[in-house]
Design a protein around this ligand. Structure first.
Ligand SMILES: [Zn+2]
Length: 112
């Protein structure tokens, strides 16, 4: 049975929330990186300030990794061309993005 319009609308809202969170985590990650770089430039090496900056960066990266893993479970359909898309995790602090599925590889896990 095809999913109802209401179910599809709910999934689209959920994806939008996850995408927004991914963008926010990427920004937080950049801030944490900047903070750590500035702390080091100000002479904080192997001290509490550097340790806290490093811990913050690691926490943000860990949250970003968990979110990328969640988004990879989704296989939505492109609203423009109706091909399947999949989530590509960003390296380091970069935000991930959706990419069209490889035509040669069929995605069988359609959770829609
Ligand atoms: Zn498309």
């Amino acid at each position: 049975m095809a999913p109802s319009r209401r179910a599809i609308a709910k999934r689209l809202r959920n994806v939008a929330i996850l995408e927004r969170t991914a963008a926010q985590l990427a920004e937080l990650c950049r801030h944490a990186n900047d903070l750590l770089r500035e702390a080091r430039a100000a002479g904080h090496h192997d001290d509490l300030v550097e340790g806290m900056g490093q811990a913050m960066l690691e926490e943000v990266l860990s949250a970003k990794h968990a979110l990328d893993t969640e988004l990879r479970r989704w296989a939505p359909v492109c609203l423009r061309c109706e091909r399947n898309v999949h989530w590509v995790a960003g390296a380091g602090c970069d935000a991930g993005h959706w990419a069209h599925a490889d035509r040669r590889r069929r995605i069988t896990d359609l959770s829609w």
